[in-house]
Design a protein around this ligand. Structure first.
Ligand SMILES: [Zn+2]
Length: 337
């Protein structure tokens, strides 16, 4: 239920400025207050920054790449309303059509606006695995949530627009126009089973999706911490000049931002492994941590609690010889260290 609740909260965060339930639940406005504007990162590469200083809360970062054959959008934000504002920002930079939408993963706050670009003829490039806890009731349950929160009128003709036209299941290099785009899929589920990181080798810009969050407290959520550690190490090895996290500030020192995420995950894995080996109950571990924030399922304290719970269970399974959590959808690729 917690994860499902998180999914709804993510929708509230990005979908609309009229979300009284969420407004009552937290002191900060649940919807994004970040202005929409494009920031040029490199030749033909732009970010539309979301909220900063709010960790995973608020609007994610999105981006776009202007090729000589059209625009490739990177993530589509949390609702048709947000995507239309995103599209209007693109129009201030180029009149070229949006021909592709590349999704870093299928969490609602990153993909619910896909319908806007798909209706205008864009092809969707994404991993085909849309499985996640927020969809535990399947597509029918998700559709009911969307109807309640956004309204079906916004989604008319919608056929799960995040379903890829071009499914990407492994590391893939695309040439769009004359622009090379490398898609990296971690070996298993890191943040979700459908993660893709977008690497632009010519400009050395990396769109990391939610594998990286501004404050380093990256979330396992629908993935596996071992795979996430492997994924972060791979991203680090690219030597990016600019790393765009899924949420929040672009760090002037991208290696430091990646290192902070790696350190957090590695430390958490070590601590939970030790706790399981010593027989310390999970409830005691969680009690010793700052309490999760009521009504803010992705606040820093809430993220730390949820990650600890998740990784404790992973370590328990590992030490019992049961392998990684099958929900993560991936092999156990990072042996206990
Ligand atoms: Zn996510």
């Amino acid at each position: 239920m917690i994860a499902r609740w998180w999914g709804l909260a993510a929708l509230f965060a990005g979908a609309t400025a009229s979300a009284p339930r969420a407004a009552a639940a937290q002191s900060k406005p649940p919807f994004s207050t970040a202005p929409y504007h494009a920031v040029r990162l490199a030749d033909g590469v732009f970010v539309v920054p979301g909220d900063t200083g709010r960790g995973s809360e608020g609007r994610p970062n999105a981006g776009f790449v202007v090729t000589d054959s059209g625009v490739a959008v990177i993530d589509a934000l949390a609702s048709p309303l947000e995507a239309r504002q995103f599209r209007d920002v693109i129009r201030t930079v180029t009149p070229a059509p949006v021909r592709w939408v590349v999704l870093t993963h299928h969490h609602p706050d990153h993909m619910m606006g896909t319908i806007v670009f798909a209706r205008e003829g864009a092809k969707v490039i994404a991993h085909p695995d849309r499985t996640m806890l927020t969809r535990e009731n399947g597509d029918d349950g998700l559709l009911a949530d969307w109807d309640r929160i956004i309204g079906l009128h916004e989604l008319q003709g919608f056929a799960f627009a995040d379903t890829p036209t071009w499914p990407i299941t492994h590391d893939t290099t695309l040439v769009l126009g004359h622009t090379t785009i490398v898609l990296y899929h971690p070996p298993g589920a890191a943040h979700t089973p459908g993660d893709l990181a977008i690497w632009l080798p010519a400009t050395r810009v990396l769109f990391a999706g939610d594998l990286v969050v501004e404050d380093g407290v990256t979330m396992v959520v629908d993935g596996n911490s071992g795979v996430l550690a492997t994924a972060l190490a791979h991203l680090d090895s690219l030597g990016a000049a600019i790393v765009v996290p899924g949420h929040g500030r672009i760090d002037g020192d991208p290696r430091a931002q990646l290192a902070a995420s790696e350190h957090y995950i590695d430390s958490l894995r070590s601590a939970m492994r030790a706790a399981v080996r010593q027989g310390t109950p999970m409830t005691r571990i969680l009690r010793q941590m700052p309490r999760p924030d009521s009504g803010r399922p992705v606040s820093p304290a809430s993220r730390r609690q949820r990650n600890a719970e998740r990784v404790y269970l992973e370590m328990e399974r590992d030490l019992m010889g049961m392998g990684s959590d099958s929900h993560g959808g991936g092999p156990h690729v990072s042996p206990l260290r």
